[in-house]
Design a protein around this ligand. Sequence first.
Ligand code: FFO
Ligand code: ATP
Length: 190
Amino acid sequence: MDLVEIKKQARKDASAKRKQAFNADDGSAMPLLETLFFDAVQPAPQSVISGFLPIGSEVDLRALLGHWTANGGISALPCVVGNDQPLLFREWREGDVLIKESFGTVAPGEDAPEHDPDILLVPMLAFDRAGYRLGYGGGFYDRTLEKLRSKKQVLAVGVAYAAQEVDAVPRDHHDQPLDLIVTEREVIRS
Ligand SMILES: Nc1nc2c(c(=O)[nH]1)N(C=O)[C@@H](CNc1ccc(C(=O)N[C@@H](CCC(=O)O)C(=O)O)cc1)CN2
Ligand SMILES: Nc1ncnc2c1ncn2[C@@H]1O[C@H](COP(=O)(O)OP(=O)(O)OP(=O)(O)O)[C@@H](O)[C@H]1O
């Protein structure tokens, strides 16, 4: 099997596992993840934190991002510019109008200020303890982290249910490792 096939199978397995974890969650997972994140990272007040709005069984960061903006911080969401382009990030607070993009995601409109985030909360299907992640396969976060890391210091934080851990994510040369992974159970530093 080549890497593309291996990744495809891994995505299928990971997707099923994530759905299970999502369905088993009694509502306690996100508050636990949020507390672990803020305790571990202690973001400077001026930090821009990017998250994402959940699709399917992804972790739901809305409360975390809402608490950050309620405390005076800036939260941002990813915007897809093109299939082979890095993501852009635009400021967002609860209640702001969102526009539909391809891939079943929504994003802030062009009137929302653009930011290069200092801390990126990164969605994933699966992760391993070395800090590697499996996404949907668009390569969006790999491209985005490569670009941002060449410009400034950023902290890439993978967020997921603990059950999404695997022994080793199949690795490509362009895969950008995460600095930190936070689940409802623990913080993993790679
Ligand atoms: N919530 C969220 N927003 C995000 C991402 C993400 O992974 N999650 N992205 C990360 O790059 C970017 C959008 N890119 C995406 C690329 C592919 C798929 C995708 O393949 N979606 C599945 C449906 C998944 C589901 O419903 O569980 C599909 O279309 O089959 C989604 C987003 C930016 N915004
Ligand atoms: N830095 C990069 N420059 C050019 N192409 C890239 C880069 N990173 C990834 N790609 C391309 O993106 C595609 C998908 O990569 P990969 O399987 O690692 O995605 P993923 O990490 O699962 O997805 P995502 O980051 O969108 O959640 C591959 O075809 C790869 O060639």
